[in-house]
Design a protein around this ligand. Structure first.
Ligand SMILES: CC(C)(COP(=O)(O)OP(=O)(O)OC[C@H]1O[C@@H](n2cnc3c(N)ncnc32)[C@H](O)[C@@H]1OP(=O)(O)O)[C@@H](O)C(=O)NCCC(=O)NCCS
Length: 229
């Protein structure tokens, strides 16, 4: 261990620069399902800014009527969102990718067919674009545990979501990423992340976001989600 060169602090120990004690565990992904619900619950139960939402927001066509939610505490809101989310998972109406470091769920990407994520359709900014539909998928949320940000977790979640869409028949995929650092709605991901996958801007979405689209081809041999055999 080297000694501090400052004569006034002779024999002071200089600590080496912070280093990881061991190589980071590799990242892996799983699809949200009844089986992985406990992991989703662990991730959303961690302290974090999304702890109240439980990624239920974009799954509702409209907010819960204010008459019903008046006076609710954050805990009460979180409980309702969690209950609604688990019901959707049990009905197979909630899609998403969980990212793990070892066994620890650390990241999340919500995706799904348009019908599963109808809230975007109600947004004034979105309606103004008058975009056509067809078979449309949406990617509406990326969330990463604070302790694992900047490690490529969101990038991995997005790549896995696109693979899942491909294996479920593909189609047009739509995203709403932020255009610059410091923008608030960063849960939509960043424009650069989507551009790297070949997404193109189709219009503005408010001041700090854009709507981007890409066509994902169906993986040969894959079943079209929702199609009758
Ligand atoms: C935005 C977020 C998902 C990024 O996750 P991450 O795993 O740290 O991101 P990655 O390391 O995979 O990097 C992905 C890209 O995001 C960029 N990025 C990361 N944090 C960012 C931030 N705060 N603002 C803008 N861009 C950011 C990276 O530079 C990178 O861009 P690049 O691909 O062009 O290099 C993460 O910071 C997060 O969860 N933020 C909170 C989101 C939130 O509020 N969710 C709750 C919704 S209820």
């Amino acid at each position: 261990m080297p000694f501090h060169p400052d004569p006034g602090r002779r024999n002071a120990v200089i600590l080496p620069p912070p280093q990881r004690r061991c190589a980071p565990a590799p990242l892996s992904t799983k699809e949200l399902s009844k089986e992985t619900w406990p992991d989703f619950q662990r991730l959303f139960g961690k302290r974090g800014e999304w702890g109240v939402c439980w990624c239920a927001y974009y799954q509702r066509a409209r907010p819960i009527p204010p008459d019903e939610t008046r006076g609710w505490s954050l805990e009460r809101r979180a409980k309702r969102n969690r209950e609604d989310k688990v019901a959707l998972v049990e009905q197979g109406r909630a899609h998403g990718i969980l990212v793990y470091v070892g066994d620890d769920p650390v990241g999340w990407c919500q995706y799904g067919p348009r019908e599963e994520l109808p809230r975007i359709d109600a947004a004034r900014n979105y309606k103004a674009l008058g975009l056509g539909g067809g078979r449309l998928w949406r990617i509406t949320c990326l969330s990463v545990d604070r302790a694992h940000r900047g490690e490529g977790v969101a990038r991995m979640a997005l790549a896995a979501a696109l693979k899942s869409i491909e294996s479920q028949g593909g189609g047009t995929v739509e995203a709403y990423p932020v255009t610059h650092r410091g923008a608030l709605a960063v849960w939509f991901g960043t424009q650069s992340m989507f551009a790297r996958h070949g997404f193109k801007v189709v219009g503005p979405y408010g001041r700090s976001n854009v709507v981007m689209r890409k066509t994902v081809r169906r993986r040969p041999g894959s079943k079209v989600a929702g199609a009758k055999p």
